[in-house]
Design a protein around this ligand. Structure first.
Ligand code: AMP
Length: 284
């Protein structure tokens, strides 16, 4: 496995790979790898000839007062895990390599970014779409693997790649969870033990919302209120949002329509971290 830290080395490496007729699977991450990230690497290894992992804690997607400085950066361990999971090349640029000077250009996706994460973190998605565009431009034509864990991000990146004709096929991968249902996240390390137990409330609330839909409830506001009430009953958790949305438009329908699929998205703060989770539900 090669570890490269300059844009030109990474670009040239993948150009050579493609010149040999081999396909590239790109897995963009901020490191602190866990089974969720490793599942993306394995999916890429299954579909593509060469797997390229990127590890970059992107300052542009952190708001003021967020955990940019505290974000875990266990690089040596990440490299070991990445190699075991099938990575062939890892791109680990510094901030000054990615952003050598003042950046005057920003990639913004409209509409899909205004609600939920976009409402809570107003500069977040522009930071994501800008860095992902830079990574796509450096990596060149490839398949890129993203987790459904960040469901809104996946929808935003898919739309960006389509709207801008980026030569990248976006592949969404299922959420990997701990055995008690908590979605794996690099930020779970911030949870103290009582908080770690309380954090399971998020997945329980999502499953309760899904059960209501399966029992025939079709009013999204009733389902959202029920999910919210489950979080509110947990003293260590503070609800940010509970939403029932169309998986493409990310808009909340007036009524759920039989035969369609909806996505339930939730965020709650437990101790320091905001924890994200979501679930797809078929409307009976
Ligand atoms: P991050 O390092 O948090 O920016 O995440 C990098 C990629 O891994 C994103 O596409 C995430 O959606 C994905 N990811 C993070 N956690 C999980 C998980 N528990 N299951 C599946 N994918 C995940």
């Amino acid at each position: 496995m090669q570890v490269l830290s300059t844009k030109s080395e990474f670009r040239e490496h993948l150009e050579t790979v493609r010149a040999l007729g081999r396909t590239v699977g790109l897995v963009p991450t901020m490191g602190a790898l866990h089974e969720g990230h490793l599942s993306l690497l394995r999916a890429a290894a299954n579909d593509c000839d060469v797997v390229a992992l990127t590890i970059f804690v992107n300052p542009l997607q952190f708001g003021a007062g967020e955990d940019l400085d505290a974000y875990p950066r266990p690089l040596e361990r990440d490299l070991e895990l990445a190699e075991e999971a099938g990575a062939d090349v890892v791109f680990t640029p510094t901030t000054s390599e990615m952003y050598p000077g003042l950046t005057l250009t920003n990639v913004h996706v409209d509409r899909l970014t205004s609600s939920m994460e976009g409402a809570s973190r107003p500069t977040h998605f522009d930071g994501v779409t800008t860095v992902v565009t830079k990574l796509f431009n450096i990596a060149g034509p490839c398949r890129a693997y993203f987790g459904e864990k960040d469901f809104q991000q996946l929808a935003v990146v898919r739309r960006m790649a389509a709207d801008l004709d980026q030569p990248v096929e976006i592949v969404g991968c299922p959420i990997v969870r701990e055995t008690d249902g908590l979605a794996m996240s690099s930020r779970n390390v911030y949870l103290a033990s009582a908080e770690r137990e309380a954090a399971t409330v998020i997945n329980r609330a999502l499953r309760a919302g899904a059960a209501m839909i399966e029992a025939g409830e079709s009013d999204p506001s009733v389902i959202e209120a029920h999910m919210a009430s489950i979080i509110e009953a947990e003293p260590l958790a503070a609800l940010d949002y509970a939403a029932v949305v169309n998986p493409e438009s990310l808009l909340t329908p007036d009524h759920l329509v039989s035969g369609t699929t909806v996505r339930l998205l939730m965020v709650a703060q437990v101790g320091t971290p905001r924890l994200l989770d979501n679930l797809g539900v078929d409307v009976p």
